[in-house]
Write a protein that binds this ligand. Structure first.
Ligand code: AGP
Length: 611
């Protein structure tokens, strides 16, 4: 995904746009660009981070004016380069000075490019976005809004765009379909952005554009309409994000900040939702469907990456606590499998951003087949929340680090509450529910105690950080934790790591184990504890070095492992909320020791809003 920001108002736009790009840079960071209208069109774009662009324009007086658009890119079509960076424009010679920034994918761009080339258009990049700029120029007859509308009717795919035209200074066009776009409404100014992080510094009033909506903005007016030019009354809302939540504060990296925010994040996720002594969970977002969900015959959890790992835990919890058949699946696989959806099936989309294209598409497929759909999502008003029948917001606050941490804990916390909520409508007794919920309330304090081991974890990591292959093993509800630990290490340290059920190791991966290979094993007190100990022995007899995550007080485990990270004892269903924390810190310290950019790892973006 990419980050787009645009401004029209009475303030100088350049620095405001560059600041907005820095707040959106977690969405994509391989190249960046800016365009300003100030009597003429000034455009600069470059491969590299926003700071490279800033160095190019910050002292260039030509980049003045109170209206502009800007972009930070995660490449989909065309490698990261100056020429493929946004903004893109229509034909430099014959054009009208139409410039555009875009987040999404124009799926039929090749056919459009052929048509436009046949009509004399000359392209300078490999991107789908440049084709859209030329298409708008092709239809332009003096009204930029009308030409954008006409062009978008020819487009299939997803877009969030901001468009300006040198022949119509003072008019900014924004439009969206399938990719997020918000408009911050200030005093005689509008800030268009991919998400609230680029808006909250200027205003807390915003409009969330719906799909197939076009906005026409001037310094003193705005109008929203559909592709048939029928006026749409937009929904204004108050942004719940504040600057402190998206500032780094005392931390060196967002990932470390968000790891340390986890106790508070879990408390916020729980707040107002538990009556633990009564064994009751209150999920206001599900109230409308309480009876229907109470008769649920099957629950399917969908997600990608970390969210899928949370879904795997959620499926385990729902079967364990609510005795409802449940499974988790890659959203990207589910959506194309022509899935069988029986009556009474509830499909739950898990997503931090609420914008993951595959997860959204899978949710829509499930809905088309008659499933009731739920969203366990962090970002309020995001696409998945808007297309779900009901949902539970994670409430963990904005997550900026590309490697998801506190959102994972929010997803698992929400899943525990959902499992108890469903269970209490089935066979889970008030006392059993109360036991789980009372332990759940202690989790934030327990996370605090695990976080205090950060230096010890860093010291252990330093022994193995040069090893290029790691295994992560776990059983039961801790098997997805092993998967999550492997993903964290892979995505920020670039070390190859594989997570799997501990028993699976003997069916092939054990061949990988050589002298000193680091093998992380989640070995907490659990129903399969003795089996896990056997797996540890199997690793050690082949020379592997075991780093265990174990239950406080279990001294015996330290006699068979090289290193042990201890977590407080909680009931097995709640263990992932604690066992994942040492693995997050392990990955963080490994990435630091290997000199990588923890918050903006190579090739990644915070949310994958394209297939
Ligand atoms: C996790 O650290 C990754 N950043 C990635 O796997 C992420 O969890 C996945 O892309 C899903 O994103 P979502 O939760 O926003 O849908």
């Amino acid at each position: 995904m990419c980050g787009i920001v645009a401004y029209i108002g009475e303030k100088p736009a350049r620095d405001l746009l560059l600041e907005g790009l820095k707040r959106l840079e977690y969405r994509g960071y391989d190249s960046a660009g800016i365009a300003l209208l100030n009597g003429g069109l000034q455009l600069a774009k470059t491969a590299g981070r926003v700071r490279v662009l800033e160095e190019q324009v910050e002292s260039d007086d030509r980049f003045s004016g109170c209206m502009g658009i800007a972009h930070t890119r995660w490449a989909t079509h065309g490698e990261p380069s100056d020429r493929n960076a946004h903004p893109h424009r229509d034909d430099a010679e014959r054009g009208h000075g139409i410039v555009i920034v875009h987040n999404g994918i124009i799926e039929n761009y090749e056919a459009l490019k052929t048509y436009l080339s046949d009509h004399g258009h000359v392209f300078t990049s490999d991107t789908d976005t440049e084709v859209l700029a030329h298409l708008i120029g092709h239809f332009y007859k003096g009204d930029i809004e009308a030409s954008v509308r006409q062009a978008l009717k020819e487009v299939t795919g997803a877009y969030a765009i901001a468009v300006m035209c040198a022949e119509e200074p003072g008019v900014l066009i924004a439009a969206r379909k399938g990719s997020p776009l918000m408009i911050g409404v200030g005093s005689n100014e509008y800030i268009v952005a991919s998400d609230a992080s680029a808006i909250v510094a200027h205003t807390n009033r915003a409009i969330e554009l719906d799909d197939d909506t076009i906005a026409r903005l001037t310094t003193d007016s705005f109008r929203t309409s559909d592709l048939e030019n029928v006026t749409i009354t937009p929904q204004m809302r108050e942004l719940e994000v504040d600057l402190e939540q998206i500032e780094l504060g005392k931390y060196p990296h967002y990932m470390l900040k968000e790891i340390h925010e986890q106790p508070g994040a879990v408390r916020r996720c729980l707040k107002g939702r538990l009556a633990a002594s009564e064994g009751r969970v209150v999920l206001g977002g599900l109230a409308e469907f309480a009876r229907e969900f109470g008769r649920t015959g099957r629950v399917v959890f969908l997600g990608q990456g970390t969210a899928l790992h949370a879904g795997m835990i959620a499926a385990h919890l729902v079967e364990d606590l609510a005795k409802i058949p449940s499974r988790a699946d890659f959203a990207s696989e589910f959506r194309y499998r022509n899935p069988i959806i029986e009556d009474g099936t509830v499909v739950v989309a898990i997503s931090q951003s609420g914008e993951t294209a595959d997860t959204h598409a899978a949710l829509r497929e499930a809905s088309r087949k008659g499933a009731r759909t739920l969203g366990l999502v962090n970002v309020v008003g995001s696409t998945i929340t808007r297309d779900s029948d009901a949902g539970v917001y994670l409430r963990v606050g904005p997550e900026i680090g590309v490697a998801s941490t506190k959102a994972f804990l929010g997803q698992v916390t929400a899943s525990v509450m959902l499992a108890v909520w469903l269970g209490r409508r089935r066979f889970l007794s008030p006392s059993d529910a109360s036991t789980i919920l009372e332990h759940l309330e202690t989790v934030p304090d327990h996370i605090e105690s695990v976080l205090r081991q950060s230096d010890q974890i860093a010291s252990v990591v330093s022994k193995y950080v040069q090893r290029e292959n790691w295994l992560f093993l776990g059983r039961g509800v801790n098997y997805p934790v092993a998967m999550e630990g492997a993903l964290k290490l892979k995505e920020i340290s670039y070390i190859h790591a594989e997570g799997m059920p501990a028993a699976e190791m003997k069916h092939g991966p054990i061949a990988l184990i050589d002298e000193g290979m680091p093998v992380v094993v989640v070995a907490t007190r659990s129903s399969q504890y003795e089996k896990v100990r056997s797996n540890i022995e199997e690793v050690r007899t082949r020379g592997g070095h075991v780093i265990a995550v174990a239950t406080e007080g279990d001294e015996s485990i330290s006699r068979i492992c090289e290193d042990v990270f201890y977590v407080p004892d909680v009931p097995e269903p709640l263990q992932p909320l604690l066992t994942v924390v040492p693995l997050q810190l392990l990955a963080y310290h490994a990435a630091l020791l290997r000199g990588h950019d923890v918050d903006k790892p190579r090739n990644l973006a915070k949310s994958v809003t394209v297939e």
